[in-house]
Design a protein around this ligand. Structure first.
Ligand code: F6P
Length: 324
C-alpha cells in the first residue's frame, strides 16, 4: 500500500449546494490525518492547466453555508480526449499529488473512471448533483436543497394558479432524469409530472387536466427538462392547441434550483461523505464513489456508477397518481 501524502480535490460538472461543505470536510479530515490538500480550480480543465493551490484549514472557514463551489467548476472538453488526460496526469505528478477526490456527477465520474484505467492514480468520487441520478446511492449532494427550492417556488405558483383556475406547466431541471420532478411533485401535490423515465404520459394527462379545468380547478404539472414530450413551453403549446379555451401559463424555474444556501441534510451528508472519501483513500480504495444507502455510508465501484442506471421508484410514481 502506497502512503498518501498529498491529494488533489476538485468540483466538476454542474454545481450543487453542499459542494462547499464537502470541500471543507475533505480538507479538514485530510489535514487531521496528516495529508496535504491541493484545491484544483475549474474542474478537470484546471487539472490540465495545473491550476492548483494548497488548502489550509482556514481556507475552508465560513463556507459550509454557501452554495456554488469555492473551487469553481467546469465541463472540460479537453479532458474527454486522451491527450488532455495525459496532460492532467503530468500536472498532478509534477505537484506530487498521489490521489484525487472529485465531487461531481456522472460525467465527472466517467472521466475519473477512464483516468484510473489509463494511469495509476487512486480516484474517489463524492456524488454532487441536484439531479440525484447516480446509480448506487440514495442521495447526492444538492438534491435536498434543490427540492426545497422547487417546492418553495411551486407553493407560490399554486396560490396564483388557484386564484385564476389556471393550468401551470412548471419546468424543473433534469435533462436526463426526473428525480427532482418526481419528489418535488409529491411534496407540492402536483396534479401530474412529465419525466424522461416514463414515456407517452401526456395524452392521458391532457384529458384529466381539461376536465379539472372545466370544473374550475387549477392544476400544476411539473415538467422535467428532458421529457420526451419536450420542454414546458412546447408541452403547454401542444396543450393549448387542443384546448384553446383553457387558461394556461408556463414557468421555468431554471438555475435558481442550483443555487442558495444548502439545507441541513446537504450540509450534514456532504460533511459525512467528505470525511468518508479521505478514509476510503487511507483504506487503500482506488476507484470508488462514496454513496449513502439507508443512511449508511457505502463504497460503490466507480465503473458501476457510470455504467448502471438508477431507476425511479414505482412507489413514488404511484403516489402522484393516487393523490392527485
Ligand atoms: O446539474 C445538473 C443539471 O442541473 C441538469 O439537470 C441540467 O440539465 C444541467 O445541469 C444544466 O446545466 P448547465 O446550465 O450548467 O449546462
Amino acid at each position: 500500500m502506497e502512503e498518501i501524502k498529498r491529494i488533489g480535490l476538485l468540483t466538476s460538472g454542474g454545481d450543487a449546494p453542499g459542494m462547499n461543505a464537502a470541500i471543507r470536510a475533505v480538507t479538514r479530515a485530510a489535514i487531521h490525518r496528516n495529508i496535504e490538500v491541493f484545491g484544483i480550480h475549474r474542474g478537470y480543465q484546471g487539472m490540465i492547466e495545473g491550476d492548483f493551490t494548497r488548502l489550509q484549514s482556514g481556507d475552508v472557514s465560513g463556507i459550509i453555508q454557501l452554495g456554488g463551489t469555492i473551487l469553481k467548476t467546469a465541463r472540460s472538453k479537453d479532458f474527454m480526449q486522451k491527450k488532455g488526460r495525459q496532460q492532467a496526469y503530468e500536472q498532478l505528478k509534477k505537484s506530487a499529488i498521489d490521489a484525487v477526490i472529485v465531487i461531481g456527477g456522472d460525467g465527472s465520474f466517467t472521466g475519473a473512471n477512464i483516468m484510473t484505467k489509463e494511469h495509476e492514480l487512486p480516484f474517489i468520487g463524492i456524488p454532487g448533483t441536484i439531479d440525484n441520478d447516480l446509480y448506487g446511492t440514495d442521495y447526492t449532494i444538492g438534491y435536498d436543497t434543490a427540492l426545497n427550492t422547487v417546492i418553495y417556488a411551486v407553493d407560490k405558483i399554486r396560490d396564483t394558479a388557484s386564484a385564476h383556475n389556471r393550468i401551470f406547466f412548471v419546468e424543473v431541471m433534469g435533462k436526463e432524469a426526473g428525480f427532482l420532478a418526481l419528489m418535488s411533485g409529491i411534496a407540492c401535490g402536483a396534479e401530474g409530472i412529465l419525466i424522461p423515465e416514463v414515456r407517452n404520459q401526456f395524452s392521458k394527462l391532457k384529458k384529466y387536466l381539461a376536465q379539472r379545468s372545466r370544473q374550475r380547478k387549477s392544476s400544476i404539472i411539473l415538467v422535467a427538462e428532458g421529457d420526451d414530450e419536450g420542454r414546458a413551453i412546447e408541452v403547454a403549446a401542444k396543450f393549448h392547441q387542443e384546448f384553446p379555451e383553457l387558461d394556461i401559463r408556463t414557468t421555468i424555474l431554471g438555475h435558481i434550483q442550483r443555487g442558495g444556501p444548502p439545507s441541513v441534510l446537504d450540509r450534514v451528508n456532504a460533511s459525512r461523505m467528505g470525511v468518508a472519501a479521505v478514509d476510503a483513500l487511507l483504506e487503500d480504495q482506488k476507484c470508488v464513489m462514496i454513496g449513502i444507502v439507508n443512511n449508511n455510508i457505502i463504497h460503490v465501484p466507480l465503473n458501476k456508477t457510470v455504467k448502471l442506471h438508477k431507476e425511479v421508484s414505482k412507489e413514488f410514481l404511484d403516489l402522484i397518481e393516487l393523490l392527485k
